[in-house]
Design a protein around this ligand. Structure first.
Ligand code: PLP
Length: 454
């Protein structure tokens, strides 16, 4: 679709964009105006084709504009454009998605509740935690522990779980009943320890917080297996198994927010398989439908799921579009594409090894302090001084500078803040496109370095 002048003017004046500076939009300072996307490419209003090395927002894993997705969505719209799964109702699309997910997911993912976004799914997860503990006769177990640097969404509750400090003051958050512990971010918190010991120390922060709040009051701990938006903080191998042990010790439910890591990003279907632990509750979104339609899910293990799904009371929770038939058809087709094309295995066996080989080659760059991540997701920690691990002065926008110069060479990477540049290419990225991503990124780093020197 072509953008008309009048529509652009209306957008500039009347559209409050998420995670944007409203005043910049009012002045017409758009960063990019994208008209089309196909495969790994975005095509902007000036006809420039850029490789999207972040898969939109870490979601378009199968690539843009696929014909078979368009056909599936059109067929579902023609057949059943809407149907609520409220009041003991179902339909072929919703039921088929549940059957597919049940077959695909590991043993600890048994019972599914659907929503439309990661934020809604995280809110739902916490509501189900509260209900679960009430049914267990422990209604006081309502407190939830999250982490600094976490991103769990933007609703009042999910934004409270989010641990990125700038997300709180405008809205008087976090709400009561949520606290945050340190992130397993060794660049900042672990200079004195080796990986193994640092993972244990970072997990110890959970036990300390449970004891501070009182185990009888703590209902759940929530974490992303690998933090994505939060500077791509990635814990060492010792972290998650220790977190699981601590949750078990104090009877605290473990929630894995797999909104980004679910459906292959790490080279395993789920981040829990990559990091070696099993959550009680798993939250899925983004990659479940590759964002062709808004779909998210909360998945319960047997312990929680059997308790809730056999309860005789009505569940007073749901969304108009929970398990929307078109969304279900979209997710089903997306999963089928991942399976038929072996895309998760492609990430694990082919793309991720090449990706990390090329990342390693950047380690020597004067601006690169550390490279974090897993599978086909990584964050480059930029630093003013590798030895002291120092950050650039507040507001220097070094990561945005690198992203801008990288884009000059036709590749979109993400400035994540905390002097970190993020990469999450689609699973269909070719070898040649991967090489283009890294040559553009090196250019971006070199140009940013040059501008610092002048
Ligand atoms: N959880 C994680 C790990 C995310 O990365 C995000 C979004 O980026 C969310 C939750 C929130 O999802 P949504 O933007 O669909 O509400």
């Amino acid at each position: 679709m072509k953008l008309s002048r009048s529509a652009l003017a209306a957008d500039q004046t009347h559209h409050i964009h998420p995670f944007s500076y409203p005043a910049a939009v009012r002045e017409g300072r758009f960063r990019r105006i994208v008209e089309r996307a196909e495969g790994v490419y975005q095509i902007d209003s000036e006809g420039r084709r850029s490789i999207d090395a972040v898969s939109g927002l870490g979601c378009v894993n199968i690539g843009y504009g696929r014909e078979e997705m368009a056909d599936t969505i059109a067929e579902a719209v023609r057949t059943l454009s809407f149907h609520p799964v409220f009041w003991e109702c179902t339909n072929p699309y919703s039921a088929a998605l549940v059957e597919k997910l049940d077959q695909l997911t590991p043993a600890n993912m048994q019972h599914f509740f659907f929503a439309n976004s990661g934020s809604e799914a995280n809110d739902t997860a916490i509501k189900l935690v509260r209900w679960y503990w009430k049914l267990q006769g422990k209604p006081q177990k309502q407190h939830v522990i999250s982490r600094d640097m976490a991103y769990h969404g933007m609703n009042l509750l999910s934004a409270s779980l989010t641990g990125l400090q700038p997300c709180h003051p405008q809205f008087s958050l976090p709400i009561a009943g949520v606290s945050h512990i340190m992130a397993p971010w060794s660049w900042v918190n672990g200079a004195d320890l080796d990986d193994e010991d640092f993972g244990l120390r970072a997990a110890q922060a959970l036990e300390d917080e449970i004891l501070r709040v009182g185990p009888e009051r703590v209902g759940a701990f929530i974490g992303e297996p690998m933090q994505a938006t939060g500077a791509c903080v990635t814990p060492p191998a010792s972290y998650w198994p220790e977190i699981r042990r601590i949750c078990d010790r104090y009877d605290v439910l473990l929630i894995a927010d797999e909104v980004v890591t679910g459906f292959g990003r790490t080279g395993q279907w789920f981040g829990q398989q990559y990091f070696g632990f099993e959550a009680d509750i798993t939250v899925l979104a983004k990659g479940i439908s590759s964002a062709y339609f808004p779909v998210s899910a909360v998945v319960l293990n047997t312990r929680v799921g059997e308790t809730l799904s056999t309860n005789p009371e009505e569940l007073y929770h749901g969304y108009t579009c929970s398990c929307h038939p078109v969304g279900a058809a979209t997710a089903l087709k997306n999963i089928q594409i991942l399976q038929d094309e072996g895309l998760v295995e492609r990430v694990r066996d082919h793309l991720a090894p090449r990706f990390w080989q090329r990342l390693e080659a950047l380690r020597e760059h004067p601006l690169v302090g550390e490279i974090r991540g897993a599978g086909l997701g990584a964050g480059l920690q930029l630093t003013a001084d590798k030895a002291s691990r120092s950050f650039f002065p507040e507001g220097s926008g070094i990561d945005a500078l690198v992203a801008r110069y990288t884009w000059d060479k036709g590749v979109i990477v993400r400035d994540l803040g905390a002097d970190t540049v993020g990469l999450m290419p689609p699973f269909i990225t070719s070898d040649d496109e991967l090489d283009q991503i890294f040559s553009a990124l090196r250019h971006g780093l070199d140009r940013a370095l040059l501008s610092l020197e002048h």
